[in-house]
Design a protein. Structure first.
Length: 245
């Protein structure tokens, strides 16, 4: 008697493994492509926000009769509230930098805590930040570290007054040989010199949840602003956040 052989069709283990590997590869390609699209979209949005802020500052300067320089295409960092962003242009070597911050003074309880800073940060070799002063004082200051000079910066008293908002700026200029700051004014309230060393390599901006003086907005420009330009930026920020200077 002839018996028909019972056969079943299906995938072998090897075939299943090949299919799984192909699916994994396609999934990985899709994830990488999606992340790339997201990253490009985020960078485009950040660049558009910075460009809009530049135009608003220049428009404000025009209403004040200020002839400003070093604003257009120089805003490399823009962060509202607490958070972090990648700089639109890395700050490497010894560039001129001006950083502005608006913060709300709540108390004088905290001690030398940063409000806004450039990253990556390495105390004693690479620091550029705005910070509150010692606990119990009304001061706000800044810290700058280079490979040749540690902990440069000066505190200014009478700034962190609970219930008030503060508009402040810090600046390095002259190929990282001079630093200055001002609070609620365009004229410098502090100045000093620096030993620049090997320079910096900043790629990001972060604003921190400093509970005694939380940040509202921080701007970073790849330029040393003159007094007229600082007056325009400070005035625009003060108008935007309803601050009486």
């Amino acid at each position: 008697m002839h018996r028909e052989r019972n056969t079943t069709s299906g995938f072998t283990i090897v075939e299943l493994l090949i299919v799984i590997v192909i699916i994994a590869i396609l999934a990985a390609i899709t994830v990488v492509a999606y992340n790339g699209i997201q990253d490009r979209a985020r960078k485009s949005a950040e660049a558009a926000t910075a460009s809009q802020a530049e135009h608003q500052i220049m428009a404000y300067a025009a209403t004040q009769g200020n002839d400003i320089a070093n604003v257009s295409s120089k805003l490399v960092g823009y962060q509202e509230g607490v958070g972090s962003v990648t700089l639109l242009q890395p700050l490497t070597g010894t560039p001129d930098i001006t950083m502005y911050t608006v913060c709300s003074a709540v108390s004088t309880a905290t001690n030398y805590q940063p409000i806004a800073r450039l990253v990556p940060r390495d105390i004693s070799t690479q620091t550029f930040q705005i910070q509150v002063g010692p606990s119990g004082s009304s001061s706000i200051g800044y810290r700058i570290d280079t490979t040749a000079q540690a902990n440069a910066g000066i505190n200014t008293a009478g700034v962190r007054v609970p219930g008030n908002s503060v508009v402040g700026w810090i600046q390095v200029s002259g190929g990282l040989t001079a630093h200055a700051s001002g609070w609620n004014q365009a004229a410098p309230s502090t100045t000093g010199s620096l030993a620049p060393g090997a320079g910096w390599n900043f790629t990001g901006l972060e604003t921190l949840n400093e509970v005694s003086c939380p940040p509202k907005i921080t701007l970073v420009f790849s330029a040393a602003h003159d007094q007229a330009t600082r007056a325009s930026v400070i005035g625009w920020l003060a108008d935007r956040y309803g601050i009486s200077l």
